[in-house]
Every structure is written in structure tokens, then in C-alpha cells.
Write a protein that binds this ligand. Sequence first.
Ligand code: URA
Length: 234
Amino acid sequence: MIRLDKILGHTGWGSRKQIKELCRGGAVTVDGTVVRDSAVKVDPEAQVIAVHGNSVAYAEHYYLMLNKPAGVVSATEDRISPTVIGLLPQQYQGASLFPVGRLDKDTTGLLLLTNDGVWAHRITAPKKHIDKRYEAVVDGPIPADIDSRFRRGIILDDGLECLPAQAAVTGPQRLSIIVQEGKFHQVKRMCAAVGLTVTALRRCSIGNLQLDSALAPGAFRPLTVGEREMPFSK
Ligand code: URA
């Protein structure tokens, strides 16, 4: 059983005070009955909660796939730039969602958002060896031995050693790159280490989970229960 104001806060209906007022005003029903006390405990799995007649879809944890557009930062808040969390509708604003790892402001593509810290850690921890695949457009001559250099482990400009990665040439100035970790600007810096400048970068998949091609830049959708396990399979 969970307090009604907690459920409504989590699903974006405002601050505790605003929710108290919503309830007092008779806007909130539980199983069709008006509930004026926002502190009552309800069972969100068994009972139907509604605000102004709109049913409230409560879940403790959310798992979303976003097609990150360029120009937004992978953060929960930022003083200057719009954030990926800001792209979500009100219903997700009270649920403490955060991005699973970071994509640079100019990087596009698959970004997962959740409020499940354990699940996020399983994806981001380098020891879990989850493949993150990127498509990169590069400037400069692509070295013939780029894949073997990536597989041996690139050493970055500051001496940091990368885990073995992969690079396949997919077109003129285009690479498909797989890394298993998420160091700061990792793909761009790995490319720089072999003489290439990345001019566009897009993440396409994490493990077996691919970006849904129906999602326009900036659009998101919840993962299905099956998709939640796909980052962990190859
Ligand atoms: N590597 C980068 O350089 N940038 C990203 O956004 C992701 C991986």
C-alpha cells in the first residue's frame, strides 16, 4: 500500500501541496469514489486511481527508449541547455528518471531513461561487457588496420587505456563502432587516436536492443518487458 500523494507525485501531478488541493477539491477518485484525503494508502496495482477522470498509470520503475536529438544534454537538469528529461511529458516528471549513461550534446540515437538504479548499473558498468554500437561519420583517411587497433585497446590522449573495441568500415567516411564502456567522449577520442575526426555520431544499439526506427528524433516510448532484458543479450 502506498500513500496517494506519493503515487500522484510520482506520476507528475505536482507537489505534495498541489496534490492535497487536488484531492480536497474532489478531483481524485479511487475505484470511482472521490478521495479528499491525499494521505490515504492505496494499492496502485489493484485499485484504479484517476484525476479529473484520467486514470493514473503508476509503476515504481519506468524503462524508456528515447531517440535523442542533437542539442539536448544527457542530464536531469542543466542551467543552460534543454535536457533529455525535459523531453518527457508531465506524467514522468515526478518519477526521478535519469539517463542510463551519457551521450554528448551533439550525439543522437538510442538513450535509455529509467529510475531503476540497479538496471542502469547492469548496463553501464564496463565489467558487464555490454556492447554499445555507434555509427560514426568521420573526417580523414580511415586506417586499414583500424579494427585490429581498436581490438587491441586504444590508449587515449590522457593515457587512459580502453577495453577492446571493434570498428568496421560501412561506407566512405563511415564506421560502425562497438565499445563496452562509456568514458567521456570515448568514441570521438578513440577515433582521434587513429587520426580521425568524428563529424556525426549516432548510437544504434545496446546489447540486442536496437533503437526503434519508428521513433522520430526527440520521441520516446516505454520498453516492453521483454526489451528490458535485451541490453544483456548479444
Ligand atoms: N562516445 C562519444 O565520443 N560520444 C558519445 O556521445 C558517446 C560515445
